[in-house]
Design a binder for this molecule. Structure first.
Ligand code: NAI
Length: 255
């Protein structure tokens, strides 16, 4: 293990990208507070980190529950906090012909409003840290459109805008705030309602693999996203703030 003076908070840590980020930050030497609404998944994340020799604590948390968020922000678990990775997120289709305003609001509430509110609430703690860093996890969907995804696209574009605004506002406090915009990453979010993985469908393979739309020719792994988060959150990142780091196998380079 590297230094153990760092404390990290990772939301969405029960699955996919958040789990990989938590594991990577623990491997980097941080004590990692893993927050997620999914208690079972959190247990698996904590066990994996501990088996690998890392240090982690679980907090069952719905990021939209303001009272629970306030309790977490005030809890001694977060003493020494200097790294924040906001990975919790949901995808819900909001197609024109089956539009649900409740789904629309929920996507914005989880992906955008709650991420920003949590980061804002953590600012007093980050101001006290030596090398405070935060990353939000947005998406390439903030840059390109797919039918039926307007709520998700708005939530991620808004998160990018908020990340940049907070980076500017908090620069004077030495807090660096960046966003990671993943492309197609193999996580449970890529599993469709019928159980098939979106990345295994003929349509995906035809457009993205056979016709070269995805230059690296495969979906990314959560660990590849976590490597980017590890760097942006580390003291090695001294001069990058308000940036959106695209981790997409070259997909957006083809636009
Ligand atoms: P995932 O579904 O595997 O993980 C999302 C995690 O967020 C889950 O553990 C879930 O329990 C948690 N979560 C959802 N709502 C929550 C709430 N209200 N409170 C607390 N926790 C909550 O998905 P994945 O792929 O790991 O997604 C992580 C982030 O990456 C999300 O923000 C997603 O939008 C983003 N992303 C994912 C991409 C992909 O291809 N998988 C591509 C681009 C962005």
């Amino acid at each position: 293990m590297a230094d153990t003076t760092s404390t990290a908070l990772v939301t969405g840590a029960a699955s996919g990208i958040g789990r990989a980020v938590a594991a990577r930050l623990a491997a980097d030497g941080a004590r990692v507070v893993c927050a997620d609404a999914n208690a079972v998944g959190l247990d698996e994340t904590i066990s994996a980190i501990e088996r690998a020799g890392g240090s982690a604590a679980a907090v069952v948390l719905d990021v939209t529950d303001r009272d629970a968020v306030a309790r977490l922000v005030g809890s001694a678990d977060l003493d020494g906090l200097d790294r924040v990775a906001l990975c919790a997120g949901i995808y819900r289709a909001t197609p024109v012909d089956a539009f649900s305003i409740d789904d629309y609001r929920r996507v914005l509430e989880v992906n955008l409003t709650s991420s920003v509110a949590l980061l804002v609430a953590l600012v007093p703690r980050l101001r006290a840290a030596e090398a405070p860093r935060a990353v939000t996890v947005s998406s390439i969907h903030s840059q390109f459109a797919e039918a039926g995804s307007s709520a998700y696209a708005v939530s991620k574009a808004g998160l990018v805008a908020a990340t940049k605004a907070l980076a500017v506002e908090l620069a004077g406090d030495g807090i660096l705030v960046n966003s990671i915009a993943p492309g197609f990453i193999d996580t449970p979010m890529a599993v469709l309602e019928d159980g098939t993985n979106e990345h295994d469908t003929a349509g995906f393979r035809s457009v993205y693999v056979e016709h070269g739309k995805l230059p690296l020719g495969r979906p990314g792994t959560p660990e590849e996203v976590a490597a980017a988060a590890s760097f942006l959150l580390s003291p090695d990142n001294g001069y990058i703030t308000g940036h959106v780091l695209v981790v997409d196998g070259g997909l957006t380079a083809t636009f």
